[in-house]
Design a protein around this ligand. Sequence first.
Ligand code: PLP
Length: 483
Amino acid sequence: MDIEQFRKAGHQAIDRICDFNYSVEKMDVVSSVEPGYLRKALPSEPPEQGEDFSKIADDYQQLIVPGLTQWQHPSFFAYFPAACTFEGVLGDLYASSVTNPGFNWSSSPACTELEAIMTDWAAKLLGLDKAFLNSNETGGGVVQTSASDSVLTATVAARSLYSKLHPDVSQDKLLFYTTSQTHSVGAKAALILGIKVRSLEVNLSDNFGLRGETLRNALEEDIRAGLHPFIIVATIGTTSSGAIDHLNEICVVAQEYSLWMHVDAAWAGVTLSCPENREICHLSFVNRYVQSFCVNFHKWGLVNFDASILWVRNREYLTDALDVTPPFLRTAQSDAGTVIDYRNWHLGLGRRFRSLKFWFVLRSYGVEGFRQHIRKGIELNKLFSSWVSSSTLVELATSPSFGLTVLRMKAPKHPTASQDFLTRKLFECLSARKDIMVTQTVLQGIFCIRFAFGAERTEERHIVAAFNLLCDEARKVNEEFKI
Ligand code: PLP
């Protein structure tokens, strides 16, 4: 493709993206394709001769779009929202047009410098302490691909620090703490690093948040058993129910036992942009105690995937653990110690120019626009959860959290079927529909259904429709089982 052909194909692509955006609401949320549909439609070998791009672009429309789940649909309430703004799309387009794998400063000064500034902007947006700013030259932020990479990176740094302080402790004695509500990111990091993991119990009575006393008891028990706990992954806004660990208690215990505290705020971290949410998220404890902190802007935070920021209080712990510098990677600026080399802040070497889309989004929305977007999701969730709590058919399974409502069928008065069974049936009915998408979880042994709000296009009319549809399906389930 030459420049003029790209110009033409590019105009067509933007036109089609605009058309898609006009029509997405009329599409099904859930794709109707069957597993293996694409293998049947595509040749098994790459073409011998290059093909005309217009044919390739048409095939994208005909073969790929029908196989997409429409995460941008206003009735997509599954998992958590996936941000997709036009500013983010343009950021990715420009970034990809210059492909700078900015692994060190001199391989692309603008990539490194913009990332350092954008992670500072984002830290300020969320009210993080200046300890986490790149500009203070002790801590700092780095854009990672995912919250999983952030936990893994933080654990590598924590392990390296612990081993330095306790050189006689063998790796098989190290212990990693999560809770029963921590996302699989915790267990996965421990698995990859070959470290023992203990999942601490949490209860409905504590709204599924970890308490300081539980952590203290576990620490005493494990230390007595000859183990060496060195990191805990706490969560602000768990995936299952939006729970917030009691950081006001556990930070203090963690500090007493010199545990590295990593806080996974992958989903709910963006709510810190609104000052009214900071106390409930224990931000002052994050600011005072936490070693590493992660927020995925690509969920609710308007920046397209991938846009996960990891902040650390002490960048040296990262670079001590991850700096491997063969001669071919040395540069004068790095040797002089005057620049950031982001290759030493994450697992890979090359990295995408992700800060550009942060810049576009944060400038275009401004702090005010960003907050408005977050508040809208929270308001819609409040409305939806108020209808659930006054319903005769369904009930809240736990307190609503920011943009998340977790619900279940009401327990029947004269049980012909259990509450768990009826909720599973309701989920089956909802999952058979193409016009809405929700996901499930299990809380204290009872199957529940999650409704996550915060997609940019979702308005009140969509949640009214979702609630009516939920009630229709719940009524049908009750009728079928003669409740
Ligand atoms: N942590 C929480 C609380 C999440 O909700 C999720 C994903 O939904 C993750 C971590 C995993 O995020 P990632 O896909 O960025 O690894």
